[in-house]
Design a protein around this ligand. Structure first.
Ligand SMILES: NC(=O)c1ccc[n+]([C@@H]2O[C@H](COP(=O)([O-])OP(=O)(O)OC[C@H]3O[C@@H](n4cnc5c(N)ncnc54)[C@H](O)[C@@H]3O)[C@@H](O)[C@H]2O)c1
Ligand SMILES: O=P(O)(O)OC[C@@H](O)[C@@H](O)[C@H](O)[C@H](O)CO
Length: 536
């Protein structure tokens, strides 16, 4: 049983093993999509395969849609070369339910896979062609928070961005430069409308995408590298919109336990690949059942009826509230707390951490006690019920192979959103005091302790990738477990960094607490556990 066009011809074989197959005429859908594409997604990673691609498949099955998805990968071309193309765009979605049952779906809604590589004429020209089409309604993105950044950890503009700003839209190298170049193609084709929808886990994600795009459009317009009015096109919401969104579906990396299930069914060539850019991809994805995608309803070229596939379209205000609820208080901060302490305490599964009474109490405290008071009820989802399900069902799901190491990736990019917003809300509130926050500083101290790359037994472990590692690791490089440490002196430059924590922890009055916790956590082996037990 091979995951490709040929291998899927024997439908009975797949169906007899419990697989749901695409229920639409894929050849016809492919042809229509080539002619009139409506949705290009940037970022061919795991969440896209597990969520957006499956929603479109469902709508194709129901006859709500008659065209599929084009996926464009602009960072890690190996995903397209090693996964999408050999498998003709198919992948298997394995849904791991909390009751232990497993749902297997062959997803075939991705009918075109392209690299966004200006050196690859065939793919880049095809993308230009797609961006000229009247039918194109949206371009969406799951490219991680750092995908939108034009600067490095030190705040310096990335060399590829500097080069593209100078050279213009012809042959860009940087990610956003390539996206803006495609938008310029759309502008030149008659200023056609489009929604540019960031679906990444960052606060006000649409504005993040807008700001990065705008920086290029402004520079190119001013320097005459594009038509002067290109920047006006980008700034006209009736032409180009940047809706905000909130996305939620826990999608761990492809796991060997799931690979085993599929292998036993007779599925071949399933081996996951870790690309040279550190993406974990396989011909299958594994994810939980629960999913939410809430999008600001701002689509200047119209949009498909994606609400029929469970997506929620609403106002920017509601997206803001729902996103704050999920990313800033009720899910992602709890994930990051478990990621940091899970790595230090030697865990390899998030669900196992939820059986650790101290860690369970820690995340309950961060969620219910410290986070919930600043959540504004978005109306469409109840925050208390949401957090109840996150802590009672989703994170403890023993069938989900999610790891603290995955979630610890890029922590420096996430602390500001996941905790800083709560601190700011406490600062702004007449009823709340920042000094009441005891657990958030514990996570900050835990992250600094994590950066030592030494677990609570004193053994070294590998840190997850993070663009700021080289900048922040040196601050804790000389700290030795059991030796005296002047935390204030060592950590001050980091704790003052608003970019990392969302606030200057000295100004917020939290720096002393963090230093105190850090000192206790470095007192010797077992000190992280005893500090947690003491304060949780
Ligand atoms: N996995 C989840 O549980 C989940 C759930 C909700 C939202 N998300 C959002 O989706 C994003 C991607 O998650 P995933 O599960 O697909 O991860 P993944 O590791 O499977 O894929 C990452 C994707 O981002 C791209 N990318 C990585 N670094 C980049 C960079 N510097 N510039 C541009 N592109 C870059 C990769 O090429 C790939 O397409 C997350 O960062 C998060 O914002 C993920
Ligand atoms: O995807 P990231 O790297 O932004 O964050 C890691 C996890 O917290 C995240 O992927 C969650 O699983 C997801 O946000 C759940 O919807």
């Amino acid at each position: 049983m091979q995951v490709n066009e040929q291998g899927l011809k024997n439908k009975e074989q797949w169906e007899s093993k419990g697989y749901s197959l695409p229920g639409f005429d894929r050849a016809a859908v492919t042809e229509k999509t080539r002619e009139n594409p409506f949705w290009v997604h940037f970022g061919a990673g795991n969440i896209f395969r597990a969520f957006q691609a499956n929603v479109v498949q469902d709508l194709l099955n129901k006859g709500v849609l008659d065209r599929g998805l084009v996926v464009a990968e602009g960072f890690d071309y190996e995903i397209v070369e090693k996964m999408n193309r050999p498998h003709d765009g198919y992948s298997i979605l394995v849904t791991l339910k909390a009751n232990g049952s497993v749902e297997k779906t062959v997803v075939g809604s991705v009918v075109e896979s392209l690299t966004v590589d200006s050196e690859n004429d065939a793919d880049f020209n095809r993308l230009r062609e797609i961006f000229k089409k009247d039918s194109l309604q949206m371009a969406s993105f799951t490219i991680t928070e750092k995908g939108y950044s034009l600067v490095n950890g030190k705040g310096e503009m990335l060399p590829s961005v500097v080069a593209d700003m100078e050279k213009g839209p012809e042959k860009p190298e940087s990610y956003i430069g390539k996206v803006v170049s495609l938008l310029y193609t759309r502008f030149q084709a008659g200023e056609k409308p489009i929604a540019m929808v960031s679906m990444d886990n960052c606060s006000h994600n649409g504005s993040k995408l807008h700001d990065a795009v705008f920086a290029f459009a402004k520079k190119w317009s001013e320097t005459g590298l594009t038509d002067k009015s290109f920047v006006d096109y980008i700034e006209n919401p009736a032409k180009v919109s940047f809706p905000w969104s909130m996305i939620d579906k826990i999608t761990p990396r492809p796991d060997p336990s799931v690979e085993e299930i599929l292998k036993k069914d007779g599925v071949e060539e399933l081996e996951p690949v870790v690309t040279s850019k550190n993406t974990y991809v396989a011909p299958f994805v594994n994810a939980e059942e629960c999913q939410y995608l809430v999008i600001e309803d701002a689509f200047p070229n119209g949009r498909p009826e994606l609400e029929k596939g469970g997506l929620i379209f609403t106002t920017r205000e509601t997206v803001d509230k729902v996103e704050k609820m999920k990313v800033c208080t009720c899910l992602n901060p709890l994930h990051t707390a478990l990621a940091v302490f899970g790595c230090i305490l030697g865990y390899d599964l998030i669900s196992k951490e939820m059986k650790d009474e101290t860690l369970k109490k820690l995340v309950e405290g961060i969620g219910y006690v410290e986070g919930l008071p600043v959540v504004i009820n978005p109306g469409i989802l109840d925050p208390k019920e949401f957090i109840d399900t996150v802590l009672g069902v989703r994170i403890p799901n023993p069938f989900m192979p999610d790891t603290p190491q995955r979630i610890a990736t890029d922590t420096s990019q996430k602390l500001a959103i996941r905790f800083g917003e709560t601190i700011k809300a406490y600062q702004a509130s007449p009823e709340l005091n920042v000094s009441d926050l005891k657990l958030i500083p514990l996570v900050f101290a835990g992250w600094l302790r994590y950066l030592m790359g030494v677990d609570d037994n004193g053994n070294t472990f590998e840190l997850s990738p993070d663009p700021l590692l080289d900048t922040v690791r040196p601050y804790v490089a000389d700290v030795k477990l059991g030796e005296p440490v002047d935390a204030e002196k060592l950590l001050k430059p980091v704790l003052e960094n608003e970019k990392i924590f969302g606030v200057n922890l000295y100004e917020a009055g939290m720096a002393d607490t963090v230093c105190g916790y850090f000192t206790q956590m470095t007192a010797g082996t077992g000190a992280v556990r005893s500090t947690l037990v003491k304060y949780v």
